[in-house]
Design a protein around this ligand. Sequence first.
Ligand code: FPP
Length: 252
Amino acid sequence: MTTKQTVLQELPADLDRDRLPKHVAVIMDGNGRWAKRQGLPRILGHRRGVDALKELLRCCRDWGIKALTAYAFSTENWGRPLEEVDFLMTLFERVLRQELDEMIRENVRIKFVGNLLALPSSLQAEISRAVEATRNNPGIQFTVATNYGGRQEILQACRAIAFQVQQGLIQPEEIDEALFESHLYTAGISDPDLLIRTSGEMRISNFLLWQVAYSELYITDILWPDFDREAFHLALRAYQQRDRRFGKIAKG
Ligand code: FPP
């Protein structure tokens, strides 16, 4: 481990522990470009992307951030070449199998959000095993969005609520934000305070559309495999300089 990483095990002195985001979400973009720049096949970018994600999870734990959500595979990603999709599905499965013991040891509570029924059955089995084994862990909430689409999540919530209305279980007037949120995949998890996107693209890309309504956005040109503790430190510093008003006016 380099000296820089060792130093950054501790919360950097210029960050205020009391004003850290409780929940960070990441759009991990740029794996393919990272690999291309190194003259490597795209899939090796995804492999390095896993290392970056593991390091970010450890960093959140070390610095006292309570929840991390990562966008691993969107509903649109099925449109990629078949070999890349297959590689990603196998990678998710292998990483889950290899990392489960460590996640249990580290008290990580893992959850998957998205349309999981469309994933390969062996991956679904690995997901169920990991979720079940970590369900009561008191440590960081780690949520992985896989075959996830924000619009699709909102639609399935609408369908579930419409069904309840049709059955006469609730009245339309009873539909409020709390009820709606209880039908989202992320029910019970606070909204992200900070959404980070790597590789410089200025888009939300159908990620947590409802949940990011008041998240602070931080976009960096760094490609995902290069997103390290120092890069996260800079993102948190920028976050702590923001004035979060939630639609109100500044105090004082
Ligand atoms: C975007 O980069 C990245 C992805 C679509 C895959 C991200 C997945 C991981 C890092 C693995 C996570 C693993 C687990 C188990 C949670 P891109 O391919 O779109 O990059 P490009 O825009 O440069 O082509």
